[in-house]
Design a protein around this ligand. Structure first.
Ligand code: GAL
Length: 442
């Protein structure tokens, strides 16, 4: 890969995209379990995704924005509860609508990456036990959904992500910050196992219909660190968190063993990735002393006082991105990697620009070491409904005024457009962002 000292060049054919998820942008998704969670008052400011970005009606305008950002790829999810509002009852109109969306992307020469499950479950499926029910008949509903999509999109969609972030799905059974908001470690482990099985189901379903499709999971790599490195307890806990959030997912895909399972062997999980989707955001500080998993290590005055870590309060750790890429490469050395999400929730767009450049530099470092990274999808195209944080946490390269639905490209969006167009971080940009923001102290 060519690289001049005064600019950072990415490989030819590299994909530059943004990522979104149906429930977070479409609006009108009142037939899934997140809607139930929203109605139970668990979301900040009592926000709901009832309208969200009204993307269901404004998708053409949003895809124009995608083009304005010079993106050649786009990751979107298809809402299962729209396609099957009831068991075995296909909503043809909803399917046609998604087909039109895909056509509009292709018209703009944007490569679609379709996520089959991005957190939300149809209410009827959730009521049948959701992720805690592993009956064949129950899981077959998901296979049916995946097959229908692959049949419908054959020849138009080549890339599928099976499950978005299996380990984050588990949070719904560990905290009340995520649907369904239960606190039961046994249920959490079961849900994680089920969703990993659903990855295998999705892989085989898509391949049975479209053998040429490229299919891969999306794993959110967490970087757990002991709060106090001198404390044995903190170190043990960090290892335990690492097992459940990273190791268990990787092991299932490598060995066909579900979390904490030694005896059963799920052969159907082996060789179920044509590529690895990697999401990266933050590190976690771990200690029994901390109420939750902390995401800010320093008392850096930048973080907090000036709200530079606003939104989710995640302190950036660009080096962690490099470590995350290395880890996934070590675990699956023969598979290409797509960065399926990376970004920051903040109102401070200057901060977002810094964070973006620092992360892209880390990705480039991994590329230079020979790791086969084929694309980068920034989270997200537009500000959207950030799950339990509601509309407070803004991840978009494009701002949305949720009162008027007006979209405005942020400076970070323009910066991203320049990089995507050049397939490089040009010297002029590197000059503006000469050094890394900072390293967390741990
Ligand atoms: C990911 C998730 C996205 C988005 C993002 C920012 O975990 O896949 O849906 O919410 O985090 O928080």
């Amino acid at each position: 890969m060519p690289s001049k000292s005064n600019e950072i060049i990415f490989p030819k054919g590299f994909l530059w995209g943004t990522a979104t998820a149906a429930h977070q942008i479409e609006g009108g998704n009142t037939n899934n379990n997140w809607w139930l969670f929203e109605k139970s008052g668990k979301i900040k400011n009592n926000d709901t995704a009832l309208v969200a970005c009204d993307h269901w009606n404004r998708y053409k305008q949003d895809f124009d924005l995608l083009k304005k950002l010079n993106c050649n790829a786009y990751r979107m999810s298809i809402e299962w509860s729209r396609i099957f509002p009831k068991p075995h009852t296909l909503d043809k109109k909803a399917l046609d609508h998604y087909q039109k969306m895909i056509d509009e992307l292709l018209k703009r020469k944007v490569i679609p990456f379709v996520t089959l499950l991005h957190f939300t479950l149809p209410i009827w499926w959730f009521n049948e036990g959701g992720l805690l029910n592993r009956d064949k008949e129950h899981l077959d509903h998901f296979a049916q959904f995946c097959r229908i999509l692959a049949q419908t999109f054959k020849g138009k969609v080549k890339y599928y992500n099976t499950i978005n972030e299996p380990s984050i799905v588990m949070l719904g059974y560990l905290t009340d910050m995520f649907a369904p908001g239960e606190k039961n470690i046994f249920k959490a482990i079961k849900a994680l196992g089920t969703v990993l099985l659903m990855h295998g189901i999705a892989y085989h379903a898509v391949k049975s219909v479209d053998p040429d499709a490229q299919v891969g999971i999306v794993h959110n790599v967490q970087i757990p660190r002991p709060y106090n490195p001198q404390s044995l307890m903190d170190r043990l806990m960090a290892q335990c968190v690492d097992y459940f959030f990273n190791g268990a997912v990787i092991r299932a895909l490598q060995k066909g063993k579900l979390p904490l399972q030694c005896i059963f062997h799920h052969k159907e999980l082996l060789n179920t990735n044509d590529f690895i989707g990697l999401n990266y955001y933050n590190f976690l500080l771990v200690s029994p002393k901390l109420k939750d998993l902390a995401t800010s290590a320093t008392d850096n005055p930048l973080c907090g006082k000036d709200k530079l870590c606003a939104g989710l309060g995640w302190e950036p750790y660009p080096e962690g991105f490099y470590l995350a890429i290395k880890r996934m490469h070590r675990s699956f050395p023969h598979l290409p990697i797509y960065i399926t999400e990376n970004g920051i929730g903040t109102d401070n767009d200057a901060w977002r620009q810094n964070v973006m450049i620092d992360h892209l530099k880390m990705m480039h470092k991994a590329l230079q070491e020979g790791i086969d990274i084929k694309g980068y999808f920034h989270w997200s195209l537009i500000d959207n409904f950030e799950w339990a944080q509601g509309y407070m946490s803004r991840f978009g390269l494009v701002a949305v005024d949720f009162k008027t639905q007006k979209r405005t490209v942020k400076k970070s969006g323009t910066l991203y457009a320049t990089i995507a167009k050049a397939n490089a971080i040009p010297a002029s940009i590197l000059k503006k962002f000469p050094k890394e923001i900072y390293k967390p102290k741990f």
